[in-house]
Design a protein around this ligand. Structure first.
Ligand SMILES: Cc1cc2nc3c(=O)[nH]c(=O)nc-3n(C[C@H](O)[C@H](O)[C@H](O)COP(=O)(O)O)c2cc1C
Length: 197
């Protein structure tokens, strides 16, 4: 049974433009995969805590030396990793906030980048351990920055680092420019979705 994990990050939650595009993709995917299993995570509704020193130290402390508090921190991160590791398809809804991804996504990434778990260092360089997945990323922006912007590059680099190299990006830009620009961008994104599934 195919499994899909949808992660939305808009502060508008289900009403965010990025969430709506991600939902449209998921709906089409479900129509094609009637037995497929969908799991949803809303990082605005349920934010992942920021990575602080205590949390990072919990990750790097050998398992047998962890305190009860550190074990709880690691279990939380392990659960996030198990969720993404179980997925065949990852769908991300990501608005541009202040030229970057929402800070909630950054905090989530900090919890799933774990040496020896989601990546490892080899003599040839880092190797991502979450292999064999496909990701579809919906990026929404008020203005126009292009598909090569650092926001997109960061998401591509992070996913690649943990082993997810097969990534499709769908950008809907100019959503704050005016009704005409917004409708055009959203229609183009809908067309891409129809082609993707
Ligand atoms: C806090 C905040 C910061 C934003 N920063 C940017 C920005 O730096 N560049 C941009 O093009 N749009 C920016 N926008 C506009 C959003 O990217 C745009 O409205 C997008 O459609 C939001 O997606 P969402 O509805 O999924 O949240 C910002 C919006 C908010 C609420």
């Amino acid at each position: 049974m195919a499994k899909l994990l949808k992660i939305q990050t808009s502060i508008f939650q289900n009403d965010g433009q990025s969430s709506l595009l991600a939902d449209q993709f998921v709906k089409n995917w479900q129509a094609r995969n009637p037995d497929g299993q969908v799991t949803s995570r809303d990082l605005a509704a349920e934010p992942v805590p920021h990575l602080d020193l205590a949390r990072f130290q919990s990750f790097i402390t050998p398992a047998e030396e962890r305190t009860a508090e550190q074990k709880a921190v690691v279990s939380y991160s392990d659960a996030l990793i198990e969720e993404i590791a179980a997925a065949d398809v990852l769908v991300l809804g990501i608005p541009m906030y202040n030229f970057s991804v929402p800070s909630t996504l950054r905090a989530y990434f900090d919890h799933i980048a774990r040496v020896g778990v989601t990546f490892q260092y080899t003599p040839e360089g880092p190797e991502g351990l979450l292999k064999g997945k496909k990701a579809v990323v919906f990026i929404t922006r008020g203005g126009y920055y292009g598909e090569d912007h650092a926001q997109t590059a960061f998401v591509r680099q992070f996913l690649g680092f943990i082993g997810i190299a097969d990534v499709e990006f769908v950008h809907a830009e100019g959503l704050a420019v005016g009704d005409e620009a917004r409708d055009k961008a959203l229609s183009a994104a809908q067309e891409r979705i129809a082609q993707l599934v």
